[in-house]
Design a binder for this molecule. Structure first.
Ligand code: ACO
Length: 428
């Protein structure tokens, strides 16, 4: 039963309505606080305690290690669904029937091409460019080749825009990768399923077709599902924020890619493997790195550890750890960094510093090790995360527009200089 919350500020009481979510989460609605109090706002840097929206897409409980997409447990989806089914679920709210899934596949295949002039833009990048930067720029450039804004009141318009980005984005991903390697650009194989086609587009060579391996396909499908959405994280919030100005879907997603790139967010998967490699090169001394992570004078953090929301095991990390063991075993890959990762995890979980702060391995701690075993190079890890997160970004953008959310525009408390007189340059 929703009750009001009472705030006492400078001796005056304010009644604030409370919103209770379907899982019992409590949100104190401060919408009228500023107007009623004559200017008071709440202050919450990093939005650690601030809900930006009501959402029906993803539920997570960081204390209980629960993650569900549209009510379905992540464990079930990762085990039983295809990535495209999960994409449909996230975006449209229900798991697709076979005919809905067939239609989605068919519509995506029809749009799975790029304007040839996009190759000229790609050509302009140096080979050394990080594929995340290339991907963000190319996704933005898609707008130039697909002008015209989406009429969000038209279901058809909305659907077409979503199909276009689902179809064209994996090609951009593959091209960003191939450009870096100096390989000819590819469109993959129209007869493959969505996930296998991504692998083919990345690895097919003119003189040697990529052999699909069911172990690789299954692991790749699972990883994409695990990354598909995570409610109001940094990149999803960015997508919603940019989209709230009524900027289009493609540019909103391009902004999300940039947000994902940072090492505190999606870039952590690359940073984890680099960290594990450097531990290996330094003789495997995990204790030394734990000490560095605990030292407040040292900016080093244990990458792949800690999470804003999970104060217990990240359920995705559990699935990925198991999968890492299986995939490496089945593929016969021996990677010494997997042993270092396991040792580091064990030692961190027994260490007071990490225990007290409830720092557990997150989704990125083991994902890079699997990507490596699948033959995906380090600088592509975050790009693969981006393909996985694409349905989540689309779903968040679509929900935000359908709910007619207002433009995102936080307030601030000004702490700068008070009014002062202008000084002529010779007097400064
Ligand atoms: N290593 C060492 N100490 C850490 C770590 C870490 N990985 N993470 C948090 N801490 C410490 C902080 O120093 C802080 O200590 P203090 O209370 O003594 O000051 C305390 O734990 C709380 O940390 P915050 O930074 O306040 O937590 P926040 O919620 O802001 O940050 C974040 C979460 C960014 C994920 C953080 O844990 C981190 O930097 N982890 C490493 C990067 C990483 O793996 N990112 C991927 C996240 S998953 C994803 O985005 C897909």
């Amino acid at each position: 039963m929703a009750e009001n919350a009472t705030l006492v500020l400078q001796g005056k009481k304010y009644e604030l309505p409370v919103t209770i979510g379907t899982e019992g989460e409590i949100g104190i609605n401060i919408k009228s606080l500023r107007a009623e109090s004559g200017g008071a706002i709440t202050l919450d840097p990093g939005y650690k305690n601030t809900g930006s929206c009501e959402s029906a897409i993803t539920f997570l409980d960081g204390e209980k290690s629960i993650l569900r997409y549209r009510g379905y447990a992540i464990e079930d989806l990762a085990e039983k669904a295809s990535f495209l089914e999960v994409a449909y679920l996230l975006i449209f709210g229900e798991l697709p029937t076979q005919s809905e899934l067939d239609k989605l596949n068919k519509d995506i295949k029809k749009q799975a091409y790029l304007d040839d002039d996009l190759k000229k833009i790609l050509d302009g990048f140096p080979k050394s460019a990080h594929p995340m930067g290339v991907l963000a720029s190319m996704t933005s450039a898609l707008v130039a080749f697909n002008p015209g804004s989406v009429n969000v009141n038209s279901q058809e318009d909305m659907y077409n825009a979503i199909i276009k980005i689902l179809a064209k984005f994996p090609i951009l991903v593959a091209w960003a990768f191939r450009k870096r390697n100096g390989w000819p650009l590819e469109y993959g194989d129209g007869s493959s399923n969505y996930v296998n086609n991504i692998l083919k587009m990345m690895f097919d060579m003119p003189n040697e077709k990529y052999e699909l391996n069911p172990i690789v396909s299954e692991a790749f499908n699972k990883l994409l599902i695990l990354h598909a959405d995570h409610e109001q994280n940094c990149s999803a919030s960015t997508v919603r924020m940019v989209g709230s100005s009524h900027a289009g879907l493609f540019v909103s997603i391009s902004a999300g890619i940039s947000a994902l790139w940072g090492p505190l967010h999606g870039g952590a998967n690359q940073a984890v493997v680099e960290m594990l490699e450097s531990i290996k090169e330094n003789g495997g001394d995990t204790q030394k790195y734990l000490a560095k992570a605990k030292d407040k004078e040292d900016p080093f953090r244990l990458m792949g550890f800690g999470h804003r929301v999970y104060k217990n095991f990240d359920p995705r990390a559990k699935i990925i750890k198991k999968s890492a063991d299986e995939v490496l075993g089945k593929l016969g890959v021996e990677d010494p960094v997997l042993d270092i990762a396991k040792r580091l995890e064990k030692e961190a979980l027994q260490d007071d510093y990490f225990v007290k702060r409830k720092l557990y391995p997150n989704v990125d701690f083991y994902s890079g090790i699997i990507y490596r075993a699948l033959g995906i190079p380090t600088e592509m890890f975050t790009v693969i995360f981006a393909i996985g997160r694409l349905p989540g970004w689309i779903a968040q953008w679509r929900e935000m527009r359908l709910r007619k959310e207002p433009i995102g525009r936080p307030r601030q408390i000004y702490v700068g200089r008070n009014k002062r007189d202008f000084q002529e340059i010779q007097d400064r």
